[in-house]
Design a protein around this ligand. Structure first.
Ligand code: HEC
Length: 119
C-alpha cells in the first residue's frame, strides 16, 4: 500500500516535470519562430522604406548613378555602427536631405539592415 503511494507520487512528479519541460520547449520554439518573423518583417519594411526614400539617389541596388552620391553597396559606408548611421541619416549631409521628422530610428535601422544585404 505504502509502496504504491510512493510509486504514484514519483509518477506524478515526473509528469509534472515533463509538463514543465514541454512548456519550456513550446515557449522557446514560439520565441524562436516569433523572432525570425520579426527579422523578416524588418527586412521587408526596410526594403519598402529604402525604395521610397533612398533608392532615388543611392540606387535600387545600392549603386548610385550620380557622381556626388556614394554607393551604399560595395562600400565601407554601412560598416559604420547603427547609432552613427542613424544620426547621420537623421541629420543629412550636403546634397543628402535630413530625415529627422520623416523616418524614426526604428525605420532607419530597418533600412540599414536591408541596405547591408545589397550586393
Ligand atoms: C537627394 C539624394 C539623397 C537621398 C534621397 C538620400 N541620400 Fe544618402 N547621401 C546622398 C549624398 C549626396 C551623400 C553624400 C553626402 C556627402 O558626404 O557630401 C549621401 C550619403 C549617405 C551616407 C553616408 C554618410 C556618411 O558620411 O557616412 C549614408 C549612410 C546615406 N547617404 C544613407 C541614405 C539613406 C539610408 C537614405 C534613405 C533614408 C538616403 N541616404 C537618402 C544623397 C541622398
Amino acid at each position: 500500500m505504502i509502496k504504491i503511494t510512493a510509486a504514484s507520487g514519483i509518477t506524478h512528479q515526473s509528469t509534472g516535470a515533463l509538463h514543465i519541460t514541454l512548456l519550456a520547449i513550446t515557449l522557446l520554439t514560439s520565441l524562436f519562430i516569433f523572432s525570425n518573423k520579426a527579422m523578416a518583417a524588418d527586412m521587408a519594411n526596410g526594403k519598402n522604406l529604402y525604395m521610397a526614400h533612398c533608392s532615388g539617389c543611392h540606387g535600387g541596388n545600392g549603386i548610385s548613378f550620380m557622381q556626388q552620391v556614394p554607393n551604399l553597396a560595395r562600400s565601407g559606408i554601412l560598416a559604420q555602427t547603427d547609432p552613427v548611421l542613424i544620426d547621420k541619416i537623421l541629420a543629412g549631409k550636403n546634397a543628402m536631405p535630413p530625415f529627422f521628422g520623416i523616418l524614426n530610428d526604428r525605420q532607419i535601422r530597418d533600412i540599414i539592415v536591408y541596405a547591408r544585404s545589397l550586393m
